[in-house]
Design a protein around this ligand. Structure first.
Ligand SMILES: NC(=O)c1ccc[n+]([C@@H]2O[C@H](COP(=O)([O-])OP(=O)(O)OC[C@H]3O[C@@H](n4cnc5c(N)ncnc54)[C@H](OP(=O)(O)O)[C@@H]3O)[C@@H](O)[C@H]2O)c1
Length: 310
């Protein structure tokens, strides 16, 4: 099957590179269709893949009924691009977009003109064009029955594990992906800011890598370690004081320590009283939310924690 890509950004170019590398007639990338073939990004995609970059406005003349269209444009543009393709009378074998938060309904305009529609979302972060990026990832697929089988086969050919979520759960599915990936980058930024070194990130990377390995091998909640897991209020109070002037890091610390309390409760290393004491301490240190400026809550929670023997 021929595969034409709409857009020439990171995902479209990575898909093209990964398919080209297979040297497999089953999935033969043919061209990029883009809004501006003269853009620097279009030149880069052409140079990286050797594929032609064609104007999106003339896709109808070049896309036939043997071609699968993969629409990898910005989420906000998907419905408009589908409408523009439908208005041209494009009639491919099927069309699928690569966004996570929406299913095939984003391509309603093409569906209305009789094109089988679907979506194929690599559950992976694609920060630059890379033919290897899909290998080992999961891939959320939906679509009209026959197209869905095609998309599952494509995901497998790219080394991904196809799966599906209910249509109404797509935003929640994508929110989970954002927490696992984008929020991890934000968390690294907050941690690097707190690290008292000019390059705050480098010393944290082995720690982050091992944490991911522990998650992989031990799972949740067993991978959790640290002062919340140990119910160590004294250390946490010290952290909160140290982060007082680092607003972003302090907010991230408090919000995630609150989530960490839940994980520690699941792990069974905290009891309900210790959890309450920790949450009181975290709330008491939240600036501007009516916290306890005298540290009385700290004292009280420490006393309660001491009473629990921790
Ligand atoms: N990056 C990731 O980690 C990742 C992972 C999985 C799925 N996805 C999904 O894959 C899709 C593409 O993401 P990306 O990261 O590859 O984006 P990207 O690198 O920013 O590229 C976006 C592409 O969309 C095109 N575009 C934007 N607005 C357009 C419009 N109005 N009409 C026509 N083309 C338009 C851009 O064209 P110009 O070059 O002319 O600006 C560019 O080719 C998105 O749906 C995204 O949610 C991304």
């Amino acid at each position: 099957m021929q595969v034409a890509l709409v857009g020439c950004g990171r995902v479209a170019t990575s898909l093209a590179l990964a398919l080209l590398r297979r040297k497999d007639e089953t999935w033969r990338p043919t061209a990029f269709f883009v809004r501006d073939p003269a853009s620097p990004r279009a030149h880069e995609a052409a140079a990286a893949t050797g594929l032609q970059v064609q104007p999106l406005a003339r896709a109808a003349a070049r896309v036939d009924s043997e071609t699968l269209l993969l629409i990898a444009v910005a989420d906000r543009a998907i419905a408009d691009v589908a409408a523009a393709l439908a208005a041209q009378g494009v009639h491919p074998a099927g069309a699928a977009h690569t966004a996570g938060s929406m299913g095939k309904e984003a391509l309603a305009a093409l569906a209305a003109s009789g094109v089988p529609t679907g979506s194929i979302h690599p559950l992976q972060t694609v920060a630059q064009p890379d033919p290897d990026v899909f290998t080992g990832a999961w891939c959320c697929v939906d679509g009209d029955a026959a197209l869905r089988l095609v998309l599952e086969a494509l995901a497998s050919a790219l080394g991904m594990q196809p799966f599906s979520v209910p249509a109404d759960a797509r935003p929640r599915y994508h929110a989970a992906a954002v927490l696992a990936s984008n929020a991890l980058v934000a968390l690294a930024a907050a941690a690097a800011e707190a690290m008292p070194l000019s390059d705050g990130l480098s010393p944290l990377l082995p720690l982050m890598r091992r944490t991911l390995a522990n998650l992989e091998h031990m799972g949740l909640p067993n991978a959790l370690t640290g002062p919340v897991e140990r119910g160590d209020l004294t250390t946490i109070r010290r952290h909160l004081e140290a982060l007082r002037d680092l607003r972003s890091a302090a907010r991230a610390y408090r919000a995630l320590a609150d989530v960490t309390v839940n994980v520690a409760l699941r792990k069974g290393t905290l009891d309900a009283d210790q959890a309450t004491a920790l949450r009181t301490l975290l709330g008491a240190h939240a600036p501007g939310d009516g916290g306890d400026p005298d540290g009385k809550a700290d004292h009280d929670t420490q006393t309660r924690a001491d009473e629990t023997g921790r």
